[in-house]
Every structure is written in C-alpha cells, then in structure tokens.
Write a protein that binds this ligand. Structure first.
Ligand code: ATP
Ligand code: MG
Length: 146
C-alpha cells in the first residue's frame, strides 16, 4: 500500500464539498489513513510552496491557502499517488479531464480545490510536514474490507 497526502483547500471547505470529495475516494476503495481539519500558518504555506516562491502568483497562493481551514488527509492504496492525481485532474481546471474533481468543482487555477502529492517521495515529505510523527501517526486495518 502506498500513501499520499491530500489537502482539501479552503474553497473546498467553504463550498461544503468535503463530503462529496471524500466520497469519491472511498468509492474508489482508497483507505483514509489519517485525517484532520487545520489552518495553515504562513510558515507552513511557505514551506509547502517553497518551489513556487519566485513565481508572480505566489502571493495569490499564500492569500488563498490562509483564507480558511483546510482538510489534510493521508490516503492509502496501491499506486495511491498516481490514482489520486488522475482523480484530481490537471492543475488548471480548464484543462482537466472531464469528471475529475477539478473539472467538476474548481473555479480556476488559483482556486483549484485540492492538492495531491506528485510522487511517493514527495508524499513522504509532505505527510511528515502535515502530520506529527510522534502523536498522529498510527496504522489500522479495515477489517471488513481489506
Ligand atoms: P497541487 O500541488 O496543488 O496538487 P499541482 O501539483 O497540479 O497542484 P503545482 O505545480 O504543484 O501543481 O502547483 C501548486 C499550486 O500552485 C497549484 O495547485 C496552483 O494553485 C498554483 N499554480 C501552479 N502553477 C500556476 C500558474 N501557472 N498560475 C497560477 N497558479 C499556479
Ligand atoms: Mg504539486
């Protein structure tokens, strides 16, 4: 089983889309390993989007991501990173494949509803960024499914 980090960004929470988006992952069979609601500090936003700090749109990302609470979750599945990225659709919703999460719900590239790790290596780093290893990491088995 591979792990990946998902963030339901502030617009997903504001538009009451938490349940609908999680439902898609559960229907596909992915396991919700860890989940929490939180607000991203400026420091966490700068760390998470460090590779985009020089871009002209970085201030918009910072404003957007600090505009309200987010949902952070770890999803598990064989090939979780790839499958979840496919389910999310392209970064720019205008280019997203039909019926993907961004195609369905995202307004534009600045407000694109969801984040998903882009490789297993990134996922490990990002999960450590959003979840506290000593207090929040645990494993459980879905005894009725797996
Ligand atoms: P995410 O990391 O949010 O899952 P992604 O991996 O598809 O998205 P990245 O290149 O990691 O895309 O960009 C991170 C975020 O930065 C995007 O989700 C988007 O909000 C913003 N972003 C990226 N490129 C642009 C751009 N050209 N114009 C405006 N915003 C952008
Ligand atoms: Mg990315």
């Amino acid at each position: 089983m591979e792990k990946t980090l998902i963030l339901l960004k502030p617009d997903a929470v504001q538009k009451s889309l938490i349940g609908q988006i999680i439902d898609r992952f559960e229907r596909k069979g992915l396991k919700i390993a860890w989940i929490k609601m939180m607000k991203m500090s400026q420091a966490l936003i700068e760390e998470h989007y460090d590779f985009l700090m020089d871009k002209p749109f970085f201030p918009r990302i910072a404003t957007y991501m600090s505009s309200g609470p987010i949902i952070a979750m770890c999803l598990e599945w064989a090939d979780a990173v790839k499958v979840v990225r496919q389910m999310c659709g392209a970064t720019n919703p205008a280019e997203a494949t039909m019926w993907t999460i961004r195609w369905d719900y995202a307004k534009n590239i600045d407000n694109n509803i969801i984040h998903a790790s882009d490789s297993p290596e990134t996922a490990e780093k990002e999960l450590n960024r959003f979840f506290n290893v000593s207090t929040e990491f645990f494993e459980y088995k879905r005894t009725l499914i797996d």
